[in-house]
Design a protein around this ligand. Structure first.
Ligand code: FAD
Length: 484
């Protein structure tokens, strides 16, 4: 295989952002994805939604505009019923939260989450400000593949991985691919979520919850521990021909055997039909990791059957649907994180852009600190006042000079990762990584020597959202949803 400028390993949100940004800026790119489709958690994990978040401009908006051209491929949502705010006319509190398609809303309205004290306390604010994007996964893949192909410079290798790396000093000299070929690249991006490439390069990693001493975070556990955010097997239900309670498959018990009662679920109405159901949670993260991926998937499937049975028996409205699809992959919220030149931490999130002093902010985000299945039993979301910035240094692993990490395993404390991991944020990290690689290639410098001002200027040119409130120029760019 000929040498390329950039190899991106992992074709989820981060990898797509990196490959597309770099190829658009003239680099030859090889994108290596282990699965048979691109998209990662946003496709195979069943997370076909972008939650409200600051920073979702740039490539995510490009994808959204392309999706809008396809029939029933994408929609904006608002919150419908929610168990926190049972309506007087409702026969029962909804068993979780519901996001309903809201044709009145525009993309620009999906770009803020911060500002609520808490979801429970601020119903009016949350209803007015929190809007998400839902998309059909096949359409998403079609759009992403089209955008990558349109650059004329990106080769996508699906069903493949790297089988080894050859290091020369602190540089990745060569990747051995599972296809038997070797590839040389000036730069690499690890977008595998669980940072397989960084690990193979010998980078130091963290796993589990950091202790208070690790990064001086007041909200961290006193001591580090091995707890991980819970995993969920997302499932999809579609309209049934006749209202009915589906029979349980053989061997699937009834009732909830893994916790005292069934968890609540977030249900997204999809653009084409039906709902995705995200049970919060399906299994403790540590339990899933100890079981291994296949056993955890199989056990979560049994739990899904029980959960769906419970919904259909207790809430008659669900008899109008049938369970039609399990996500092909378990939704994993948390894994290894790399030790990077800067570790984003709780203090950054609480300070927000106005209190941070980084000059290398390359993405912003404002999701709360969101722990599912917390070690202390404290689960829930701590909301933020304003967006915070993610420094470029979070993508630069300590010890390897031509590697960037642009996925949920980037340089975050475990608390910061609980906020940062949203799909559009990961795509933003990818866009920054691809852009940094292009600048480094053009100027012949190392990744760490890319000037922050050049990188930020290049991202602003790509309509990436780095300031708060949304500047007027970006606002204008975002109002035009229909031309691309
Ligand atoms: C249950 C659940 C619900 C969520 N809800 C939301 C939500 O509502 N809104 C939101 O915005 N975010 C949500 N998130 C978070 C978000 O979906 C993920 O954090 C984000 O998509 C992760 O992106 P990524 O690029 O880091 O990894 P991924 O999207 O997981 O991509 C990693 C890719 O790398 C590939 N890969 C892995 N190892 C290798 C290897 N060795 N070689 C080659 N390829 C490899 C994988 O196959 C995958 O395609 C949710 C997450 C979960 C689990």
């Amino acid at each position: 295989m000929p040498a390329v400028d950039l190899v991106v390993v992992g074709g989820g949100s981060g990898g797509i952002g990196a490959a597309l940004a770099a190829a658009r800026l003239g680099l030859s790119v090889l994108l290596v994805e282990r699965a048979d489709t691109l998209g990662g958690t946003a496709v195979r994990g069943g997370v076909h939604c972008w939650q409200p978040s600051a920073g979702g401009t740039g490539i995510p908006f490009d994808i959204y505009r392309r999706l809008k051209r396809l029939p029933k491929a994408v929609a904006i949502t608002s919150i419908g019923r929610h168990c926190l705010w049972p309506g007087p006319q409702e026969p029962y509190p909804f068993p979780g939260g519901e996001n309903v398609v809201d044709p009145r809303r525009r993309y620009i309205e999906t770009l803020q989450r911060c500002g609520a004290r808490s979801m429970a306390e601020d119903e009016a604010f949350v209803r007015e400000c929190w809007h998400g994007v839902v998309f059909e996964p096949e359409a998403y893949c079609q759009v992403v593949e089209g955008l990558l192909a349109g650059t004329g410079r990106c080769t996508v290798l699906k069903g493949a991985t790297f089988a080894g790396v050859r290091m020369e000093g602190s540089r990745v000299a060569l990747l051995k691919l599972s296809t038997g070929e070797d590839v040389e690249a000036a730069f690499c991006v690890d977008a595998t979520a669980d940072i397989d490439l960084a690990v193979a390069c010998g980078c130091r990693t963290l796993l589990g919850q950091d202790g208070q001493d690790t990064f001086g975070e007041p909200g961290a556990s006193e001591e580090p521990n091995d707890h991980l955010n819970a995993v969920t097997l997302i499932y999809r239900v579609t309209p049934a021909d006749q209202p009915a309670v589906q029979p349980l498959p053989d061997g699937s018990p009834e009732g909830c055997w893994w916790r005292p009662s069934f968890p609540v679920a977030v249900m997204d109405h999809m653009p084409r039909e039906g709902l995705t159901v995200n049970m919060l949670p399906a299994m403790e993260g540590r339990e899933a990791s100890d079981m291994g991926p296949q056993a955890a998937y199989d056990e979560c499937r049994r739990r899904v059957h029980a959960h769906w049975r419970h919904l259909q028996v207790e809430y008659p409205e669900f008899r109008r649907y049938r369970l039609s699809q399990f996500a092909p992959a378990l939704g994993v919220r948390e894994g290894r994180r790399v030790v990077a030149r800067y570790m984003l931490r709780e203090q950054d999130l609480m300070a927000g852009l106005s209190g941070q002093s980084h000059d290398d902010t390359i993405a912003i985000a404002d999701h709360g600190l969101d722990t599912h299945g917390h070690a202390t039993g404290r689960a829930g979301c701590r909301e933020l006042r304003e967006p915070y910035g993610i420094p470029y240094r979070c993508l630069l692993p300590v010890g390897v000079d031509n590697l960037l990490v642009a996925c949920r395993g980037a340089g975050f404390s475990s608390l910061a990762a609980s906020s940062c991991r949203l799909s559009r944020t990961m795509m933003g990290l990818g866009q920054a990584a691809g852009t940094a690689a292009a600048i480094a290639r053009r100027s012949g410098c190392d990744l760490a020597d890319v000037r922050a001002s050049d990188l930020r200027a290049a991202l602003l040119e790509q309509h990436v959202h780095l300031e708060w409130p949304l500047p007027e120029s970006l606002r204008q760019h975002l109002t035009d949803e229909d031309t691309y």
